[in-house]
Design a protein around this ligand. Structure first.
Ligand SMILES: Cc1cc2nc3c(=O)[nH]c(=O)nc-3n(C[C@H](O)[C@H](O)[C@H](O)COP(=O)(O)OP(=O)(O)OC[C@H]3O[C@@H](n4cnc5c(N)ncnc54)[C@H](O)[C@@H]3O)c2cc1C
Length: 393
């Protein structure tokens, strides 16, 4: 079966690699000019994401891409009092892996490199504009006129998916979460942290991890009205950083220390997630990754779910059935899990929005919320893709 993957991001590159590993042809059409320097800040690859990479024979990718292990989270209120923790000390024992913090662009570049080295063909500068499906094939047309035909088309083109819009014009669009996220990595004289440090600051949520005198930090700025597309591109960095410093000036000392050292943030991203879609596939087309089920970054699960999707779909695509039957199997496996994690992310995001008197209630109930969330976290981290032995390291 000839499979055309639209979007060579984290899901698309991993799928291309997996298809080649199983001996199939893999063709990727990517809108960007290259897979290098694709931007973004850093992300957390959870134990389930690390395990899914291992199942595909890509277990060394997090380390090669410069990742470092970070388990568990400590939560503090605006006065610096520790109000809860998510213990990660047993992650290795429970899940067979620890989570990893790494730069998104490096993870992406490494996955795309591996796919190309395995024989996948990438067409860069190829932005999908039309998609026609027939009873026995699908035809994709790209800006500039390139046209490619395949037996099946996989929409791995991210949260603003063109495949989704062309095939399901009435499907819901991404839903704004009321938060603008920004962050970077910054040299700073602070000791290494064991896990992620999360602060419900006076006016905004702030998180960081320190490794080898570099702080990987982010702040979640509450903003009720949805920014217009492009409004936060090309910000004046001096003015933007000054406003972030002001927002956190009365928060515990480590936060102003990091922000004084930081010259810029790598971007300002309004946060979205995807409402539930009725279906992820037709006879010839199937969505994966953020195109199907973008989750709030608050879950730390977006990249991990994209990698799981790629591993599970590659498993189904070996079944020698019709594309529809294989897509059906894939969606039945994946939809309930992804939708649960999207819901979970929305609940976490709501707790990050600062609201005066509500904060005291949140501080008092956070431990209980995390205990309840502990079950969800165990389910997220404990997932194994098909064909993966439980004790695979
Ligand atoms: C600020 C921020 C922080 C995050 N933090 C985390 C985290 O801590 N942990 C975590 O797991 N995840 C995190 N994520 C989410 C994570 O980056 C994504 O969920 C993950 O990359 C999904 O992979 P994907 O391949 O589905 O989409 P993407 O990586 O977005 O890839 C989509 C690809 O499709 C291409 N494309 C788009 N349109 C077209 C078109 N018309 N034609 C051809 N190609 C096209 C794009 O150029 C891109 O390369 C974060 C995201 C953000 C924004």
């Amino acid at each position: 079966m000839k499979t055309l993957i639209i979007g060579g991001g984290i899901a698309g590159s991993t799928l291309a690699y997996a298809l080649r590993r199983y001996g199939h042809e893999a063709l990727v059409a990517e809108a960007r000019p290259s897979h290098r320097d694709t931007g973004g800040a850093f992300l957390y690859l959870a134990p389930n994401g690390v395990n899914a990479l291992r199942a595909l024979g890509l277990g060394d990718v997090p380390a090669v891409a410069g990742g470092f292990e970070a388990s568990g989270m400590d939560f503090y209120n605006a006065r610096g009092r520790r109000i809860a923790e998510l213990d990660g000390s047993d992650d290795l024992e429970h899940y067979g892996a620890r989570g990893v913090v790494l730069r998104r662009a490096r993870l992406h570049a490494e996955l795309a490199d591996r796919a190309q080295a395995a024989g996948a063909t990438f067409h860069f500068n190829s932005r999908l504009v039309e998609l026609r499906t027939h009873s026995d094939s699908a035809e994709a047309v790209f800006e500039g006129g390139l046209a490619l035909t395949a037996d099946a088309v996989i929409g791995a083109d991210g949260i603003w998916s063109t495949v989704r819009r062309l095939i399901w014009p009435d499907a819901p669009t991404p839903s704004y979460n009321g938060i603008v996220d920004c962050g970077s990595w910054t040299e700073v004289d602070l000791p290494d942290t064991t896990g992620q440090q999360m602060y419900f600051g006076h006016r905004a949520f702030f998180g960081y991890t320190v490794k080898d005198k570099t702080a990987y930090w982010f702040t979640n700025l509450p903003r009720r009205d949805e920014p217009a597309r492009g409004e936060l591109d090309n910000l004046d960095q001096d003015a933007w950083m000054a406003s972030i410093r002001r927002l956190h000036e009365n928060d515990p000392a480590s936060i102003p220390t990091i922000l004084q050292a930081a010259r810029h943030s790598l971007g300002a991203w309004p946060l979205y997630d995807m409402p539930v879609l009725d279906t992820w596939h037709t006879d010839r087309v199937c969505l994966i990754g953020d195109a199907a089920h973008a989750v709030s970054p608050s879950t730390g699960q977006g990249a991990s779910l994209a990698i799981e999707d790629a591993a599970v779909l590659a498993h189904w695509l070996q079944q020698n059935r019709t594309p529809r039957a294989m897509f059906e199997g894939f969606a039945t496996d994946r939809k309930p899990r992804a939708e649960r994690i999207v819901r979970f992310g929305r609940q976490i995001g709501a707790r990050k929005i600062t609201s005066g008197a509500g904060n005291l209630f949140r501080d008092l109930t956070l431990s209980m919320f995390l205990r309840m969330g502990g079950k969800a976290t165990a389910e997220q981290y404990g997932y194994r893709v098909p064909d993966q032995p439980a004790n695979d390291r």
